[in-house]
Design a binder for this molecule. Structure first.
Ligand code: 13P
Ligand code: SF4
Length: 363
């Protein structure tokens, strides 16, 4: 379940710059004026300065579910990245508008699978034969790719339900094409018991299949998250040497060699749940975005919590959402001139919704 967030950050503290104090003061005012007309959703990777303003905080799946079920707010202000706002727009339905405070907050991994490239891959795989394929897109993808999956009998997945969705696809006795994250695709296929030889990879630039086409049950796209691929096997060894008894938990966007060495892996929500449930005195090395790791460390002072690799920077796109552009978004709504509205055209949204509904049905 998404966490309902207390408004922790109303006081910026004595060191805050005057402009920051003014921004926070205005945010408090405007937020109160908007009341239930606006619902602010925040992903776990937001900075502390932003997340304190969110009405609900969650991972991609939890936030999608909220966007689909909440019927009260006229505006959903999404503190996250573009694909999340698009997904919310598809699920929120008529009468609600979704706002992204910085339209430039994208996801490089999502951009690694262009719809034209996926069509090309699809045609090539059909030419190679070996039976029908179910396309699965990670939620970190454009609405057009979700629509592609909707049209071709496929589904969307998130890091929370990738296993259930991929098992569903393979349970139909067919093969699956998984895009755009090779690591989530590979990690999930391995977790389902597939052997490395049953996993092939589509090289998008060369437009070739790498691996054994006839044996492949899961074909992963060659995309990746630039943040999570920075965690390597040596980081796991270093964390274990630094802290005896440490539990290593990583996001499944990390390479499979890291996941294999870790004690556990899972979505941001799962990582939080593991740390919450752990006893005082336990130690955790976490391989995911730094804002979340630092927040967990601050929240659980009775546990030792550190990043699996302190030198891995945060997600630059998530960092584009700031109190300043959040304030500007809320003020624009109040002025009756909403800006940063993320809209998906009706035909695309209808087909993408089919793939999202399949995900909800399976997970
Ligand atoms: P979660 O769904 O696990 O929150 O992940 C989203 C994401 O973008 C991770 O990089
Ligand atoms: Fe995309 Fe990675 Fe940033 Fe998540 S952390 S939004 S996958 S670039």
């Amino acid at each position: 379940m998404p966490q309902i967030c207390p408004k922790l950050l109303a006081d910026p503290g004595p060191a805050a710059e005057p402009f920051a104090r003014e921004t926070i003061r205005r945010l408090g005012q405007v937020r109160a004026q908007l009341g239930r007309r606006a619902l602010i959703l925040g992903h776990h990777y937001m900075s502390d300065a932003v997340i304190g303003w969110a009405d609900a905080v969650g991972d991609s799946l939890a936030l999608s579910r909220l966007a689909a079920t909440q019927k009260e707010a006229e505006f959903i202000v999404f503190c996250g990245v573009h694909f999340m706002a698009e997904t919310a727009d598809i699920l929120a339905g008529q009468g609600r508008r979704v706002i992204l405070p910085d339209g430039g907050a994208g996801c490089p991994m999502a951009d690694m699978a262009a719809p034209e490239q996926v069509e090309q891959c699809w045609q090539e795989l059909a030419r190679l034969g070996h039976g029908p394929i179910i396309p699965i897109t990670y939620v970190n993808s454009s609405a057009r790719l979700k629509a592609f999956c909707g049209r071709h009998g496929g589904a969307v997945c998130t890091s929370s339900n990738a296993r259930a969705v991929l098992a569903w696809a393979l349970g139909q006795g067919r093969r699956a094409l998984f895009f755009p994250d090779q690591h989530l695709g590979r990690n999930t296929a391995l977790a389902l018991g597939l052997t490395p030889r049953e996993i092939a990879m589509w090289r998008r630039d060369a437009a070739v299949l790498e691996g054994e086409a006839a044996q492949a049950r899961v074909i992963v796209w060659d995309g990746f998250c630039p943040v999570h691929v920075e965690f390597g096997p040596a980081d796991v060894a270093r964390a274990r040497a630094r802290q005896a008894g440490v539990k290593v938990v990583v996001h499944p966007e990390c390479p499979s060699q890291v996941v294999a060495l870790a004690d556990d892996s899972g979505s941001t929500e799962k990582i939080i749940g593991l740390v919450e449930a752990a006893p005082a005195g336990s130690a955790w090395a976490i391989g995911t975005e730094i804002n979340l790791v630092r927040r967990l460390a601050a929240r659980f002072a009775d546990k030792t919590i550190f990043s699996l690799n302190e030198s891995v920077a945060g997600c630059p796109d998530m960092a584009k959402i700031s109190p300043t552009n959040l304030l500007a978004s809320l003020e624009a709504i109040l002025d009756g001139k909403p800006r940063g509205v993320v809209g998906v055209d009706e035909a695309t949204a209808r087909q993408a919704a089919v793939a999202l509904e399949r995900m909800f049905a399976v997970s």
